[in-house]
Design a protein around this ligand. Structure first.
Ligand code: NAP
Length: 342
């Protein structure tokens, strides 16, 4: 019998928030590396909010995962066999291997990692796709200037914490929004936010806006959009003329807008964009990977020196990935959500 590996497949498509029945844990044969391919035993995989979108059969910037297909994920691990001169057994690599214990990909789709340059998990978070997203979105569309005020929600996650720290270093007042007192303490104490508001403590956008106005006495110049919903509704009227809104994510709406996250209206948004001359830029980071080497060059040394801090929340075992994923979508993660596979 061929050697077996484990994977998690999409069993059915969720309606609203995903449930355990949407995932199936399976054993399948370990693939054999073909010409130019590399077989990797995976050590850690990433869980990211975008995976919720891949579970829907809806037209988007990327194809959905097929029913029965392996859930998509970036992962890091050790090469166990290689049919490419670029990788040797024992090398470490990052690739889009999926929710699985092993993965096989063409060498040209892999990024070689040097474990001597820091923990390989950083390739999934602070120095991987999410950290790069924060850096790119802030600098390219946020255009931060010293003395301005920035607001970002999901402030302790890998995107929000990168945005907050880089903005602080650029001389901005940084206002975080996060879920719960513990995350708010982390935002100010570890990630240097000037202040952090707990969005869960507010019943609606109007009450959140009152405290946000106090936290932002000079208004808001950059709102880095991660969550939409109640937070966006609170922020928009506080934007300053010529404010910038990099639209990175809208996690409060990923399972369908509900309750206080569902009261924002298009006329309110549209009018504020018009009368405040706001620049609103959506972006998908996979279209900008030509800038990834520059990001690593700039931010890699800052992470090594501790000038950019990060935290990782590591769940144990592939079988626990669905629970960790479902929890993350509701704010159950404390920092970058990762799954340890071995
Ligand atoms: N455009 C792109 O290419 C791109 C790339 C990467 C990520 N993103 C987006 O960036 C955002 C942050 O990603 P991340 O990886 O850093 O995630 P993350 O912060 O690790 O996890 C998501 C966080 O969203 C917050 N959240 C969930 N429901 C919320 C709600 N109703 N209201 C307010 N906050 C809510 C929770 O934090 P709290 O407990 O603090 O509320 C949760 O921990 C996501 O929207 C993601 O889709 C976009």
């Amino acid at each position: 019998m061929s050697q077996q590996m484990q994977r998690i497949a999409l069993a059915s498509r969720p309606t609203g928030a995903p449930v355990a029945e949407n995932f199936s844990f399976e054993s399948v044969a370990i693939p054999i590396a073909k010409d130019g391919e590399v077989l990797v035993k995976l050590h850690y995989m990433s869980l990211d909010p975008y995976m919720r979108g891949r579970m829907d059969d809806a037209k988007s910037y990327a194809a959905p995962v097929a029913i029965g297909g392996t859930m998509e994920a970036g992962a890091v691990g050790e090469v166990i066999s290689s049919n490419s001169p670029d990788f040797q057994p024992g090398d470490f690599a990052f690739g889009m291997f999926g929710w699985a214990s092993h993965g096989c990909l063409p060498a040209n789709q892999l990024q070689k990692l040097d474990p001597n340059h820091g923990p390989i998990t950083t390739a999934l978070g602070v120095l991987g796709m999410p950290g790069f997203t924060g850096w790119h979105g802030l600098n390219t569309y946020g255009k931060p200037k010293a003395g301005e005020t920035l607001v970002v929600a999901a402030a302790t996650g890998p995107v929000g914490s990168m945005v907050g720290q880089l903005a602080k270093q650029a001389g901005l007042r940084t206002v975080g929004i996060a879920g719960g007192a513990e995350k708010c303490a982390l935002a100010t104490e570890k990630f240097g936010f000037d202040i952090c508001l707990d969005h869960r403590a507010y019943a609606d956008a109007n009450s959140l806006r009152k405290d946000l106005a106090v936290a932002c006495p000079d208004g808001i110049d950059i709102y880095f959009e991660n969550v939409a919903g109640k937070v966006l509704e609170a922020v928009i009227p506080l934007m300053n003329p010529h404010g910038r809104i990099p639209v990175c994510g809208m996690i409060s709406w990923y399972g369908g807008a509900q309750g206080a996250d569902a009261t924002l209206t298009a006329p309110m948004i549209w009018r504020n964009i018009l009368v405040k001359f706001l620049s609103v830029n959506g972006f998908i980071i996979m279209n900008h990977f030509d800038q990834y080497p520059e990001f690593l060059k700039q931010v890699g040394p800052m992470v090594a020196k501790g000038e950019v801090q990060y935290i990782e929340d590591i769940a144990e075992g592939l079988e626990n990935a669905p629970a960790a994923f479902m929890a993350m979508l509701k704010g159950g993660n404390m920092g970058k959500q990762i799954v340890k596979l071995i």
